[in-house]
Design a protein around this ligand. Structure first.
Ligand code: CP3
Length: 350
């Protein structure tokens, strides 16, 4: 095992080095379950205004770090920043989620612009710059984008839906979908590179709807696009580690690990952590069930400690199998972190 040079536990695990402690962070660690987030969102007027206001977005990014002993900050933004920057209208309706202008044929797809220096991506870069300059020692800064399939499915559907339309288009292998996915790969490479240039030290690709595609379409629309995205990104930033979260693909994570060469694979709660430990080669991120954070506390603590018991620290990034749910009590996060730290401390002292 190589000796740590970073002293940032997350970057150590991603670099294959033994960390000084088990890195912990939570998907959606900033968000509606925190009263201080709700207050700032109200002040900003809407979720998107918050996203694109670098001072406020930086503050929201830092909020969970004031409460919790976590090892990473993830820039406060959204996977739909990319289609927004490519020229599609976007708004978020209370209780409904995103409403995105749709792309349903070649003509629509041809009109999509490059993210370039748009106001949207620049705001995210500025947020990263502000957060990066204030982070405490040991805390890594994560940038992110959506996976091509997940973002494409939002562009086709126009919002959250059962994705029947996009799955049909994928099943028929329509040429314009391939064209749009290629465009998304190129723009996502550019966007992730911009985030690294602004201060991101690791990046995560959220392919949240990867598991919805039938296996026969997965290679074309999940595996290959993710591999192309990671390889394009590495040409610009070979030293920045990548976490790929292709949620819901089960044992398919092994093929995604091979295809992308990602330093870590995020895994969903449904997958057995023992399978991930034995079936994957690199680091594993996850996979506590976010539902367990709804209580009771001792059950959540026990499940968190069990994950720590199964996964060796140098290959594990403790996280959930999906984002924190808005109804979660903030104290539950403290309890789970404490359970993991306590488990590791007991193990270290024999
Ligand atoms: O993890 C973090 O703390 C960083 C911020 C972050 C957000 N969205 C903020 C957000 C990240 C990493 C995302 C990723 C994202 N966005 C994904 C992939 C991860 C996942 O959850 O599967 C997806 C699918 C989206 C698209 C999206 N954004 C939806 C479907 C919604 C509405 C549903 C919901 O959970 O509210 C959003 C809104 C959104 N993105 C909120 C936050 C904090 C809530 C907005 C609000 O304040 O009302």
């Amino acid at each position: 095992m190589k000796v740590s040079v970073h002293r940032k536990p997350l970057l150590d695990v991603l670099g294959g080095r033994a960390p000084k402690r088990r890195p912990i962070w939570f998907m959606r660690q900033a968000g509606r379950y925190l009263p201080e987030y709700r207050k700032l969102r109200e002040q900003a007027g809407s979720f998107l205004k918050l996203c694109y206001h670098p001072d406020l977005a930086a503050e929201v990014t830092l909020q969970p770090l004031r409460r919790y002993d976590v090892d990473a900050a993830i820039v406060f933004a959204d996977i739909l920043v990319v289609p927004h920057a490519m020229g599609l209208d976007l708004r978020f309706e209370e209780g409904e989620g995103p409403i995105l202008e749709t792309v349903r044929n070649q003509e629509d797809a041809t009109r999509l612009k490059a993210v370039g220096n748009s106001a949207q991506v620049n705001a995210v870069y500025e947020t990263l710059g502000r957060v990066g300059s204030t982070l405490e020692d040991g805390i890594a800064l994560i940038g992110f984008c959506g996976g091509p399939w997940t973002v494409a499915s939002y562009m086709i559907e126009g919002g959250s839906s059962n994705r029947e339309l996009s799955k049909g288009i994928a099943a028929r292998g329509e040429a314009w979908l391939r064209y749009m996915i290629d465009k998304l790969i190129e723009e996502s490479v550019d966007y992730l590179s911009g985030q690294v240039e602004a201060g991101a030290e690791a990046v995560q690709i959220f392919d949240s709807w990867a598991g919805e595609l039938p296996e026969k379409n997965r290679e074309d629309f999940v595996e290959k696009p993710l591999a192309a995205l990671v390889s394009g990104f590495r040409k610009r930033h070979a030293d920045t580690p990548v976490i790929v979260f292709a949620r819901g693909v089960g044992h398919g994570h092994a093929a995604i690990e091979r295809a992308t060469g990602a330093q870590a694979l995020g895994i969903e709660s449904e997958l057995s952590i023992e399978w991930a430990r034995d079936g994957l080669k690199g680091a594993v991120q996850g996979n506590l069930d976010p539902e367990l954070l709804l209580g009771p506390e001792d059950v959540a603590r026990e499940a968190a400690a069990r994950l720590a018991a199964v996964m060796p620290m140098e290959r594990h990034i403790f996280n959930l199998g999906h984002g924190i749910m808005p109804v979660t009590r903030p104290e539950m996060i403290t309890a789970v972190i404490d359970a993991v730290r306590l488990h590791d401390a007991c193990k270290a002292s024999g």
